[in-house]
Design a protein around this ligand. Structure first.
Ligand code: FES
Length: 105
C-alpha cells in the first residue's frame, strides 16, 4: 500500500541542527528535525522518559538531547540511547526538491 505523503514545510524553514513542531488536533504533536548535513527526521514530540518536548532539545549528529533530563534519543528510530530505555514514535519523512513530506495516516 502506498503512503499518504503530505507536504509540511520547506527544508529551509527549519534551522540546521534545529526543529520545527507540527501541531495536530487529532494526535500528538510532531517534531521535525534537521541535522547539520540536511537530513530530516520526524518523531512524536514527547520524550520516552517523562514526555519532555524533544523539539526543544539539542540536535547533535543523529541524536537529540531532551531538554528536561538529558536523555539522548536516536532521530532515525526514536529509541533512547543506552543505558536509557524507551522509544518515541517515529514518523516516515522524505525530502524532495527542498520540500519535507510526512506520511501521516
Ligand atoms: S523527559 Fe526527557 S529526559 Fe526526562
Amino acid at each position: 500500500m502506498s503512503r499518504n505523503w503530505k507536504t509540511i514545510c520547506q527544508l529551509n524553514d527549519i534551522p540546521a541542527q534545529g526543529a520545527r513542531v507540527l501541531k495536530r488536533d487529532d494526535g500528538d504533536d510532531i517534531a521535525i528535525f534537521r541535522t547539520i548535513d540536511n537530513q530530516v527526521f520526524a518523531l512524536v514530540d514527547k520524550c520516552p522518559h517523562k514526555g519532555g518536548p524533544l523539539s526543544q532539545g539539542i540536535v547533535s549528529g543523529r541524536t537529540v538531547t531532551c531538554p528536561l533530563h538529558n536523555w539522548n534519543i536516536d532521530l532515525a528510530t526514536g529509541q533512547a540511547c543506552a543505558p536509557d530505555e524507551g522509544c518515541s514514535g517515529h514518523i516516515p519523512v522524505k525530502l524532495e526538491a527542498g520540500a519535507i513530506f510526512l506520511a501521516l495516516d
